[in-house]
Each structure stands twice: as C-alpha cells, then as structure tokens.
Design a protein around this ligand. Sequence first.
Ligand SMILES: N[C@@H](CCC(=O)N[C@@H](CS)C(=O)NCC(=O)O)C(=O)O
Length: 190
Amino acid sequence: MKLYFNPRSRAVIAKWMLDEAGVEYEIVPIDLEKREQKSPEFLQVNPAGKLPALVDGAVRVFENAALCLYVADRYPQAKLAPKVDAPERGRYLSLMVYSTSQLEPSMGDHMAKVPLLPQRGWTEYAHTLDAVERELGDGPYLFGDWFTAADVMIGSMFIYQRMLGGATGRPKLEAYVDRLLARPKGMKLR
Ligand SMILES: N[C@@H](CCC(=O)N[C@@H](CS)C(=O)NCC(=O)O)C(=O)O
C-alpha cells in the first residue's frame, strides 16, 4: 500500500487513518512546491492532482473520505467502521460524507469570512457546529466509546481549524478535539 504524502497537506488525515488501522504502508513523498501533484504520473493516481492518494495493488483511491472508508472496510479487524449490515452503518456513512460535503466547506467559508449563499449545498457554520454537537452527544466519540473513521474525518476538520489558529468556541467540541489529539496515533498539531 502506497500513500502519496506531504506533511504540509491534508494527507496527514489519511496517514492518521492508516496508523489507527495499524496498516503497513509506504510513503511516497510529493513535493507540492515542485508541483509533483500535477505530473502526468500522479494524475494517473488522482486526476484531481491533489493529496492524499492511495494505491493498494490495482486499487487507487483519492479524496480523504473515500480513503478512510476504503481502509476501514479493507481492514475490518481494526474495527474502525460499522459492518455493512450493522444498524450504525447509515449514520456512519452519512457522517463520513457530511464531513467533507458540509462541515469542511462551511468551516472554510467561516474562516474566510465568506457569506453563505443559499444555493450552496451546506449550512451556515453555527448550524454545522450544532449538528456535530448533537451527533457527538455525550461522546467521548461520535459512536460513544467506539472510535471510528468518522472521528478521523469529522475530528480532523476541527484539528485543522485549531492548527490554523481558530476554535469553535464550543467547550464540548474543544474537549472532543483535545481527546482526539491525545490519541497515541492521532494527528499532531504543527
Ligand atoms: N477534498 C480533498 C482535498 C485535497 C486537497 O485539497 N489537497 C491539497 C493539500 S491540503 C492539495 O493537494 N493541494 C495541491 C494542489 O491543489 O495543487 C481531500 O480531502 O482529499
């Protein structure tokens, strides 16, 4: 398994997932300054020309959410995802997609101070925080005591926000971020 990686990129999310899964993998460094992510060879792996990307034999995966879903399903012994027929599966899939289709752009707008346009497919930032708080409940993770790939995807967004000097202003969410950062194989603040 090869992870196309740069430490100063969202590929740290994929690396966190692989580490939590206890998977052996090879890092393929990609120099973003040299624009190696736009090379014809790399575009064969990820047509979007972005990090991360994963190659597992004949399988190629790009987009962090897809990559986390893939790793969790490929290594069921790591117990990082509900099984396909488990009752938690629907909520798990929804949170995985929500992280990247609503949480990330909503947070991005908030940090860039871009006003929300109604035709956008995501809600305003405060509503997003309400939704995650509701889903987290009493925690400690999104599925209670069970740490899953959904915590990697949702949690990494808040870790990134903190890394960029931001914070949610919600004690419950900040305590969740602290817990995630304290995990031995977790993402580290830079
Ligand atoms: N939604 C993508 C975002 C990937 C992304 O934007 N990666 C950035 C680094 S954080 C990148 O490769 N940028 C280089 C470029 O766009 O040329 C994911 O989660 O995989």
